[in-house]
Design a protein around this ligand. Structure first.
Ligand code: PHB
Length: 360
């Protein structure tokens, strides 16, 4: 291919200037240390990848009840804030920018991961046909219980505090994880939300929790530092909706009203088929801020997405795990390192901080 140029144009996001249009997608690596504090290699891992315009951290739980997998980091304790501060400082010293992805898994969890062995929480007591990773390996998720109205308000408050903690930890902003069948997505979609109160039923009601979370987070840290991630047609984690086009157009319209900095869309099945029918152009028409796309993009597709005006940024996942110098490689048309699937989740430096860069 001819060298990409659109990808290397700077972009203003909120009040920061990004040096290019590639984002590092949020990627779960299950290498947190005791107390779900970012592990000792996390600062090096992210700094190795700091040449991207924006790093989005791995999904990070807002509260102990928000955890769904073993050894994922949190942002609800002082130790976690201190651990993340080392990461943000190292990324900034390398002239990078980093947002934290705020995560509550809802029903995609297992009692063994939750305080006092509790059941996971969800909009409705409907178990997902999905698995999670625990100390015992891959297991079926537990049967959840439905959140009360008071608990929903507390969860919104937990998001607000987590956003404050992320800023306290030196992050440039946060991405609210509203994709992939986790808690906010469980409220949005009618397969997992069968509530009969103000949080269920109509699209207006099913988007209420999203709206409350994003409003609270924006009030706390400024909407210019907030992004939201959606996966409108992904069935990941056993989720679906009877009318995704109307649902997600309403959600994006509300994000525009709040005035957030960016919307990040997984096109198609998470990590899979991109061709599920959906009108992404209509989705984008409701939003004036930065539009970020993701899912299986290579450099040619990414360049075309930017130059054609399909998107403002492209988030790259697996290739960035295997190629810390992804930007340099696509600028030069160099070959990419292959990904080692065996070292994705958990473990040590192998497959984490030891992928070779050009010239090594
Ligand atoms: C995962 O841990 O497998 C995971 C986390 C967040 C996602 C998707 C997958 O959005």
């Amino acid at each position: 291919m001819t060298a990409p140029t659109a990808l290397f144009k700077p972009l203003t996001l909120g009040d920061i200037l990004l040096s290019n249009r590639i984002a590092m997608a949020p990627l779960t690596r299950n290498r947190a240390a005791a107390g779900n504090v970012p592990g000792p290699l996390a600062a090096l891992y992210y700094t190795q990848r700091a040449s991207v315009g924006l790093i989005i951290s791995e999904a990070t739980q807002i509260s102990p009840m928000g955890q769904g997998y073993i050894a994922t980091p949190g942002i609800h304790s002082a130790e976690q804030v201190a651990g993340w501060r080392k990461v943000s400082q190292a990324v900034h010293e390398a002239d990078g920018h980093i947002f934290m992805q705020l995560w509550h898994v809802g029903r995609i969890s297992h009692s063994s991961l939750l305080p006092d062995g509790q059941a996971p929480v969800a909009p409705s007591a409907i178990r997902a046909a999905s698995k999670t990773f625990t100390a015992e390996g891959f297991v079926d998720v537990s049967m959840p219980r439905a959140l009360s109205i008071e608990e929903i308000a507390q969860t919104v408050a937990d998001y607000r505090q987590a956003a404050r903690n992320a800023i306290d930890a030196g992050f440039d902003g946060v991405e609210v994880h509203s994709a992939n069948g986790y808690l906010i997505d469980q409220f949005l979609r009618d397969s997992s939300n069968q509530r009969s109160d103000a949080y269920g039923g109509s699209i207006e009601n099913r988007t209420r929790f999203l709206r409350e979370v994003v409003t609270a987070v924006s009030d706390a840290i400024g909407a210019h530092r907030v992004g939201v991630r959606f996966s409108p047609v992904s069935g990941f984690n056993d989720i679906s909706d009877s009318a995704p086009q109307a649902l997600f157009e309403a959600a994006v319209t509300q994000m525009q009203a709040i005035g957030i900095a960016y919307v990040h869309v997984i096109e198609g099945e998470t990590g899979g088929d991109r061709n599920t029918p959906f009108d992404y152009r209509a989705l984008r028409s409701h939003f004036k801020g930065v539009w970020m796309v993701n899912n299986g993009y290579d450099a040619v597709m990414a360049e075309k997405a930017i130059s054609s005006g399909h998107a403002d940024m492209v988030a790259i996942g697996r290739p960035l795990i295997a190629n810390p110098d992804y930007l340099a490689r696509i600028a030069q048309g160099a070959a990419l390192n292959p990904l080692d699937q065996a070292t994705l989740y958990g473990g040590d430096a192998r497959g984490y901080t030891d992928y070779p860069v050009l010239g090594q």
